[in-house]
Design a protein around this ligand. Structure first.
Ligand code: 13P
Ligand code: SF4
Length: 333
């Protein structure tokens, strides 16, 4: 006879977000109203990533994942694109729509993945292995994009890799976790650049197993930038935009979300009847990307007022980076 051991609880209370439908909507703040007025004056559009703070999400014209944002940027008609996300995302907007003034609230909003693949290192690797077909995750600099054959996002990576001729050996940069996941999904052998997202690798299977004991009815949805053991216990592995579809479609009333904490705000708006539990790390009940969280309402206001910080780049780099990005946009329509 076996005796059941008592459930092990995390050492902190999980961050549980009750249905949004139970909370009254607060009016916009004076600062949010000021940003809206400045936006009109500048003929600007506000594009924001799902990881932005809630007050920014609330006044965005479009909120989405890297793929949706790239399409929105390419199709933007406004004179100014205020991009609330990180630098490589704003840079992508400039690459696909160069006649626009592209500004981002904080020019220091970088990305650890992007930093893990300097263009000089990739160039040297390609020189040593000239036959490789380079697939670059969009989380990289314009200079790295310029050295790549095609770009992908977490939302279309499988579809993009499936389009690459079977006889070509693939080098996937810079995220080894997304690359490993795509290799499993497609059965393609790929060389993986040793980069990772500092925020997503903090999630561990141990903390998620403990959480599952507390919420046995809640499916786990995880971003592919998480490590393999975390992806393996997830019920769904997907981009932030696909998490929205998952939350709407599942019958479950509670969902455990294993990605950056800003995602919870978007999910609550899209599925207001559901409860979301933020995936914990070993030390914390949820997880913020320190770069995404550099953007604030004050910095948005100042950027619109001053049209600064502005994304600029060498036209030869832009043109070279546009080719693989255009291929991605065409392949994933
Ligand atoms: P998504 O394209 O899934 O939104 O991911 C972007 C990102 O930076 C994840 O860390
Ligand atoms: Fe980069 Fe990770 Fe932040 Fe996404 S969450 S922007 S991959 S550091």
């Amino acid at each position: 006879m076996t005796t059941a051991s008592p459930p092990v609880k995390p050492s902190f209370e999980p961050a549980e977000f009750r249905p949004l439908s139970e909370e009254p909507e607060a009016p916009l703040s004076p600062l949010q109203e000021e940003i809206r007025a400045l936006k009109q004056e500048r003929n600007a559009v506000i594009l924001a990533h799902n990881y932005q703070i809630e007050p920014i999400q609330r006044i965005a014209d479009y909120l989405g994942d890297s793929l949706g944002l790239a399409y929105q940027a390419a199709e933007a008609k406004a004179d100014v694109i205020l991009f609330c996300g990180v630098h490589f995302m704003a840079e992508t907007a400039k690459i696909v729509n160069p006649s626009k003034t592209v500004i981002l609230p904080d020019e220091n909003a970088g990305c650890s993945l992007s930093d893990s693949c300097p263009a000089e290192k990739l160039r040297a690797y390609k020189e040593a292995h000239p036959d490789l077909y380079v697939v670059a995750y969009i989380n990289c600099s314009a200079a790295v994009k310029a050295l790549s054959d095609v770009i992908c996002t977490s939302g279309n990576a499988v579809r993009i890799v499936e389009r690459i001729p079977e006889d070509r050996e693939i080098l996937f940069v810079p995220d080894q976790n997304l690359g490993q996941w795509v290799a499993r999904q497609t059965g393609r052998r790929m060389r993986l650049w040793p980069g990772s997202c500092y925020a997503h690798v903090l999630f561990t299977v141990q903390t998620l197993e403990k959480l599952r004991l507390q919420y046995p009815d809640a499916p786990i949805v995880a971003h592919p930038e998480c490590v393999e053991s975390v992806r393996d216990i997830a019920d769904a592995v997907c981009s932030t935009e696909k998490m929205v579809a998952f939350a709407k479609e599942t019958d479950a009333a509670r969902i455990i979300v294993v990605t950056e904490s800003g995602m919870i705000h978007r999910l609550r708006r899209e599925a207001p009847e559901k409860t979301f539990i933020a995936g914990p790390t070993q030390n914390c009940a949820c997880n913020d990307c320190r770069y995404m969280k550099l953007n604030t309402l004050e910095k948005m206001r100042d950027a619109l007022r001053d049209l600064h910080p502005r994304i600029e780049m060498d036209e030869s780099i832009r043109e070279a980076a546009y080719r693989p990005l255009k291929r991605m946009l065409d392949w994933s329509r």
